[in-house]
Write a protein of this length. Structure first.
Length: 308
């Protein structure tokens, strides 16, 4: 758990990452505040290998709540740059001369692929052709703000996860029906962002690999998507939940319940994985790395309950 982890030019000093936890504490116009400096700075000073900022909306329509963080204008980027400067100043440099505690941001959107009532998040149907371009246009702004690790969120009921799930995706065009069609939007968005994000810096996807429901997408669908993204420049996949339906039977009380899925995806695709959900017990978390091959542990609620 305390061994370094290196990908491209980014080296983490250990395998512990602070998950992106929404703070609902931004200004009304999406600018991060001193609250975020304290919250994220605690992780950097406490020794985490990676510190990840909460999801950043790439357009006004993409905000989850009025307190959500954003990255569509210069004021938002400047406030985030203040946070990244603090993180880098409080962390020793890695062998690649990049600070070992990293900041990452996530793009998201509050829209849905269709108007089906089974989805967890309310929103209006999304025009697929425009969304990838919006996300890609914000990537350089994130780089200018000092981030070295970019994640696109295709999980937890956000737009990408909803396209992938046949429960949420009710489209009858080229973005609906087969698993390949449902993945089309995700691949297009990834390609657009990859083209706009420096090749030397990490681009990962947080994927809602399963929904724990028999009527939604399968692990094999997720494996096919990882393979499609791998040939287009994916550096790592962060395995999470789809959260597309309230009736999902998620085993919330099981320690590391997403690890078997993450291990299978890593084994069958060769793609380095990160994994989250119920990883708070240190001995159990270390075992998941040693015995199950989890490359990076995303810790959220335990870090809030017992700050570094």
């Amino acid at each position: 758990m305390f061994d370094p982890s290196a990908l491209t030019e980014v080296t983490l000093r250990n395998r512990i990452a602070i998950s992106p936890v929404t703070q609902y504490s931004c200004s009304p116009d999406g600018v991060v505040t001193d609250w975020h400096l304290a919250h994220l700075g605690a992780g950097a000073m406490g020794g985490a290998g990676l510190v990840r900022v909460e999801q950043l909306a790439v357009s006004p329509e993409g905000r989850m709540t009025p307190g959500g963080a954003a990255l569509w204008n210069d004021d938002q980027a400047e406030a985030l740059a203040r946070v990244t400067r603090f993180l880098k100043a409080r962390c020793p440099a890695s062998s690649s001369a990049i600070p070992a505690a990293k900041a990452a941001f996530t793009s998201c959107g509050m829209a849905t692929p269709s108007s089906r009532p089974t989805t967890r998040r309310a929103g209006s149907p999304s025009p697929p052709s425009a969304s990838p371009l919006v996300a890609a246009s914000r990537a350089p702004r994130g780089h200018d703000a000092g981030f070295v690790w970019l994640e696109i969120r295709y999980a937890q009921g956000f737009l990408g996860a909803s396209f992938l799930s046949p429960i949420a995706d009710g489209r009858v065009d080229e973005h609906g029906g087969t698993a390949e069609n449902r993945a089309r939007f995700l691949v297009a968005a990834f390609r657009a962002v990859r083209a706009a994000w420096p090749e030397r810096l990490l681009l990962i996807v947080r994927m809602g690999a399963i929904d724990f429901h028999s009527d939604t997408h399968t692990v094999q669908d997720s494996i096919a998507l990882v393979e499609a993204l791998a040939v287009r420049g994916l550096d790592r996949v962060d395995i999470s939940l789809g959260m597309n339906i309230n009736a999902a039977e998620v085993p919330w009380t099981e320690c590391g319940f997403m690890v078997p899925t993450a291990s299978r995806i890593q084994r069958e695709t060769g793609m380095p994985v990160a994994v989250s959900w119920n990883l708070g017990a240190p001995v159990a978390a270390d075992r998941l790395i040693r015995d199950e091959g989890a490359g990076l542990l995303m810790v959220g609620r335990p870090a809030l309950a017992n700050p570094p």
